[in-house]
Design a protein around this ligand. Structure first.
Ligand code: PRP
Ligand code: URA
Length: 209
């Protein structure tokens, strides 16, 4: 499971428990998903390259570090991935945001693509694909393939809750993609829902049913 990072920070774990709770309503669910995404942005950007620049403080000149290297992009998988965008942007406000629209057909469980709008320079960016749930991995795999087909070469996947099956599927299909999750749960049920999971992330975020 190298290249699969489980973020076990106490704040993240506490907040994951809040969103698992079926009594957490949409307003609080949205707020907490945003907070978790912000904490995960901190971890996922830990290894970004730095370069030294000169800066003048009120007292003297000194050398200090700034981000170097490639620009960033955040790619939410619609719809539930939208819930993670603002949290990510609050730490990396200069990132551009692209959207990939996919839904999982309830009968076949296969991902169906319906939208794709990416930054024009997608091939020059380090991309962070976000989606709260990694269940079978079908949606994440399709979204990653979608953006690779448009030239992307540097991709990380950030999910809140994963099933072991989804992690395995993405590792097999896209071994170059590092996966960051807050929890790897027990299994999928017969409808490919994550057990224990948190239910349908899109419905809980947007209050649909
Ligand atoms: C959910 C979730 C993922 C997908 C995960 O989206 O947000 O995109 O399911 O399942 P998978 O790993 O088995 O593909 P859903 O298809 O419910 O669409 P929505 O976000 O529009 O509700
Ligand atoms: N999509 C969700 O929103 N929840 C799951 O448990 C599985 C897929």
């Amino acid at each position: 499971m190298d290249k699969v990072f489980v973020m076990d920070h106490p704040l993240i774990q506490h907040k994951i428990t809040l969103i698992r709770d079926k009594n957490t309503g949409s307003k609080e669910f949205r707020e907490v998903v945003k907070e978790i995404a912000m904490l995960m942005a901190y971890e996922v950007t830990r290894n970004l390259p730095l370069e030294e620049v000169e800066v003048e403080t009120p007292v003297c000149k000194t050398k200090s570090k700034v981000l170097a290297g490639r620009k960033l992009g955040i790619i939410p998988i619609l719809r539930a991935g939208l819930g993670m965008v603002d949290g990510m942007l609050s730490l990396i406000p200069a990132a551009k945001v692209g959207h990939v629209g996919l839904y999982r057909d309830p009968e076949t469980l296969e991902p169906v693509e319906y939208y794709c709008k990416l930054p024009a320079d997608v091939e020059e960016r380090d991309l962070i694909v976000v989606d709260p749930m990694l269940a079978t991995g079908g949606s994440a795999n399709a979204a990653i393939q979608f953006i690779k087909d448009r030239g992307a070469t540097s991709i990380r996947l950030v999910c809140l809750i994963a099933a072991p099956e989804g992690v395995k599927a993405v590792r097999e299909a896209h071994p170059d993609v590092d996966i960051y999750v807050a929890a790897v749960d027990e299994k999928l049920n017969d409808h490919a829902y994550i057990i224990p999971g948190l239910g349908d992330a899109g419905d809980r975020l947007f209050g649909t049913k």
